[in-house]
Design a protein around this ligand. Structure first.
Ligand SMILES: NC(=O)c1ccc[n+]([C@@H]2O[C@H](COP(=O)([O-])OP(=O)(O)OC[C@H]3O[C@@H](n4cnc5c(N)ncnc54)[C@H](OP(=O)(O)O)[C@@H]3O)[C@@H](O)[C@H]2O)c1
Length: 284
């Protein structure tokens, strides 16, 4: 019933996440192939990119409430006001710079992560590629500039690709790592086809690219790590953050709570799939 109500609301107003206005095949989180990945590790390690505000901050807040979680919470600009992040950080939350639009910054982050984790014999169990941008949302396929498309692709596609690649190159990813690429309903071709007029062309195209990246990584990361890795993309819903805006329908707490439940329930058969924050499969 609640799902039906939110479908109606999305139909009327959805901006960033039109996903509920289309018909998904219903794959609930509880139906995901289960391996109980989370509990097999005494001290799980998470990486959250874009942790200073919005969904990244809420991921960090919920994860930091469990003192056995180690969190590498990354921020684009460490010189900015990080008081929100500091106020929710636990003793095992490490705030590190990582501008995901810069290969140099990503490489320096991977080195810092190795310095932190390797002496403790820890590796990364969950990589949450959350940082993203919606640059030039009013541009359409007919007005899109090279600059807008390139900025969206750089941050939304190349960023998650390079963060993953650099952490892998440092041998920091657990053989059963769960990697989440934060996508959007607008990254789905099927969902985008159902929206008239179409929305946020440069962003939408970049998130479709992120979905394609997920498919590529689901083969290559698994191959490199020997078989147990799972890479997925997720649609967080339309959430009240700076990007989602005040008209959004979901609180960050609900979106992130749902996504963490889904991520902790991921099994090997879920590799390369696309889920909503409620664990339903999204059509490509
Ligand atoms: N909110 C929604 O309704 C919604 C819907 C679908 C998908 N999403 C996706 O969910 C993710 C988080 O969105 P949000 O709603 O939390 O957005 P937000 O409130 O705008 O926050 C974006 C976060 O990404 C960071 N970021 C941007 N560019 C970066 C870069 N070059 N390097 C490192 N960090 C960077 C920002 O850091 P600064 O503060 O330093 O800029 C900020 O922490 C994004 O990938 C977004 O596309 C959101």
């Amino acid at each position: 019933m609640r799902e039906e109500q939110s479908r109606r609301r999305y139909n009327a107003t959805d901006f960033l996440n039109p996903s509920h206005s289309t018909s998904f095949s219903s794959v609930k989180a509880s139906h995901l192939s289960q391996t109980h990945h989370q509990t097999s590790h005494k001290m799980p390690v998470y990486v959250v990119t874009g942790a200073n505000r919005g969904l990244g901050l809420e991921f960090t807040r919920q994860l930091a409430s469990n003192p056995s979680n180690t969190i590498l919470a990354t921020v684009r600009a460490p010189e900015t006001d990080l008081s929100d992040l500091h106020s929710i950080a636990s003793a095992t939350t490490h705030i590190l710079p990582c501008d995901t639009s810069s290969a140099t910054s990503i490489s320096a982050f991977a080195t810092s992560a190795a310095t932190l984790l390797t002496p403790k014999d820890l590796n990364i169990d969950y990589l949450l590629n959350n940082a993203g941008t919606n640059t030039a949302p009013s541009q359409t396929s007919l007005s899109m500039t090279a600059e807008a498309l390139s900025q969206n692709v750089q941050i939304n596609v190349l960023g998650p690709a390079q963060v993953t690649a650099h952490l892998l190159a440092q041998n920091l990813l657990s053989p059963t790592v769960r990697i989440v690429n934060m996508s959007s309903g607008l990254g789905s071709m099927s969902v985008s086809l159902s929206i008239t007029p179409r929305k946020c062309a440069p962003y939408s195209i970049s998130k479709a690219g992120l979905n394609a990246l997920t498919v590529q990584q689901s083969g290559e990361v698994r191959e490199k790590l020997g078989g147990g890795a799972v890479v997925v993309c997720m649609d967080p819903g339309w959430v009240k953050t700076r990007m989602g805006g005040e008209g959004a329908v979901l609180e960050a707490e609900e979106s992130i709570g749902g996504m963490l439940a889904c991520v902790h329930g991921l099994g090997e058969g879920d590799n390369g799939r696309f889920f909503t924050y409620t664990g339903k499969e999204v059509p490509w």
